[in-house]
Design a protein around this ligand. Structure first.
Ligand SMILES: NC(=O)c1ccc[n+]([C@@H]2O[C@H](COP(=O)([O-])OP(=O)(O)OC[C@H]3O[C@@H](n4cnc5c(N)ncnc54)[C@H](OP(=O)(O)O)[C@@H]3O)[C@@H](O)[C@H]2O)c1
Length: 178
């Protein structure tokens, strides 16, 4: 552990945090930070190899970690993510819905239907379904984090539908869902 990491506080001691799409990129960094602050973290993504590598890296930093394969639009794999978390840790305190897709850079009026379906499915629908599945285990004080983007506030013409799915996530944060 680096000197900088040793200075980090332990705000998440005793907490259990699920982060989707967390074997690389922003999701991995979120999982790492939560873990360094004391949480037991559950990392997940589509590929077993990536999950295994992320688990190894986090364990090497002294973080309590469980790895589960979960492609977020796969219902069975979402269920596995929740069930394996609860089997191992008995509860869920934090859910970070981080997975997103942005398969093409195309103008809205030229965006293929398959791309429209994919960005809504991964970026929005899977987030809502994951929350529905996690809800029975969340309690007062639990946290749900939906990773949006600056493009949610300012959609750009070349990635308009991606941006608007991120606007939808901002809308979801305005709801008192529990
Ligand atoms: N990067 C940016 O500049 C930026 C800016 C603003 C907001 N964001 C948002 O931040 C979040 C993370 O972005 P990022 O750039 O870190 O993403 P990224 O680098 O593309 O994330 C890759 C990670 O996601 C996993 N993954 C990809 N598709 C998945 C799926 N369908 N289900 C589960 N796991 C999946 C990958 O592992 P596998 O290959 O093993 O699945 C890998 O662990 C997204 O919500 C994005 O919209 C990013």
């Amino acid at each position: 552990m680096s000197k900088e990491e040793m200075k980090i506080g332990r705000r998440f001691e005793g907490k259990v945090a699920i982060v989707t799409a967390s074997t690389q990129g922003i999701g991995f960094s979120i999982a790492e930070r939560l873990g360094l602050e004391g949480a037991a973290v559950v990392v997940s993504s589509r590929k077993q190899k990536n999950v295994d590598e992320a688990v190894e890296k986090l364990k090497n930093k002294g973080i309590q970690v469980l790895g589960v394969v979960c492609q977020v639009s796969n219902a069975q794999q979402r269920k596995d993510l929740i069930n394996k978390t609860v089997e191992k840790y008995g509860k869920i305190d934090v859910v970070v819905s981080n997975a997103a897709a942005n398969p093409t850079v195309s103008l809205l009026l030229e965006t293929p239907e398959s791309v429209l379906d994919k960005v809504w499915e991964i970026n929005v629908k899977a987030s809502v379904l994951l929350l529905q599945e996690a809800a029975p285990y969340l309690q007062k004080g639990s946290s749900v984090v939906l990773i949006s983007s600056i493009m949610g506030y300012h959609p750009q013409i070349a990635m308009a539908m991606y941006g608007i799915t991120k606007t939808a996530l901002l809308g979801l944060t305005k709801l008192n869902i529990f």
